[in-house]
Design a binder for this molecule. Sequence first.
Ligand code: SAM
Length: 289
Amino acid sequence: MKEFEWFTEDHTGDVRLSIKARHLYGEDTPFQRIDFFESATFGKFFTLDGLMMVAERDERHYHEMLVHVPMSVAKDPKKVLIVGGGDGGTLRELVRYPGLERVDLVEIDERVVRLCQQFLPSVASAIDADPRINLLFEDGVRFLKEVPDASYDLILVDSTDPIGPGEGLFSCKFYQDCFRALGPDGILVNQHESPFYETYAQSMRRAHKRLRETFPVSEVYHFHMPTYPSGMWLFGFASKGPRPVQDRCADAPAGTSAMPTRYYSAGMHVGAFALPPYVAALLSEEGGA
Ligand code: SAM
């Protein structure tokens, strides 16, 4: 096995992230290149097409904020859909809710699931471990086209960036299909890119404009993600009615002794929706793409 060397990801044309890491395994799947590394600072991590996906050290920031914000607002959700999320981190956080009856995970690339079970067991721990979970290895865009109306209470789009197989998960048509697939108080949360670097800010604005045109409630929240470009990452919160801060359930378990967390708390939930003025301006009607 190779000695430690540097994993480097280009964040922009003149900004890079480098992590001293040892390459563990790499494979060309039918959809993308997947590589696994181990590092002193971020633990084990994996990349898709050379882009950082999940690192043991900060993955809970992402998976806890993706799951516990909507789960602290949704009224007694029973059926949840995850689009993407093949590493299993979102699943792991969701199955902590005993009231959930079913979680469908639609992941286009089965090799991501199987390899994360092998190299990142702390993240993929819920896969094949909970009878409520259904794994579907297909394109999320096609799946949402065909799924019956009002099939889910919550949809979590835990996707790659809007390039390659992930591109269709940021389209108007996809958001309209998600709207149709959600029940009357349905909530959609999606990976919403980042405001700091121009390329990601353009994707963020485009996604927000499309969600705003599709859902009556459409907000954005931020969290700290050291291994992602600029360290500031966003999720979009769209719904048919419930509002993310005003309608947070006071007795939501996440972040309490009943459901201990590393990053999510009631205070972080509320604070995450307080956006810096420059971000609010980028997301406004005027600033939107
Ligand atoms: N947390 C990561 C991030 O923010 O970039 C993403 C987590 S997960 C690894 C992203 C997953 O989306 C990948 O496993 C990829 O195979 C999957 N994916 C991409 N496009 C897809 C599509 N059209 N349908 C279903 N899954 C898709």
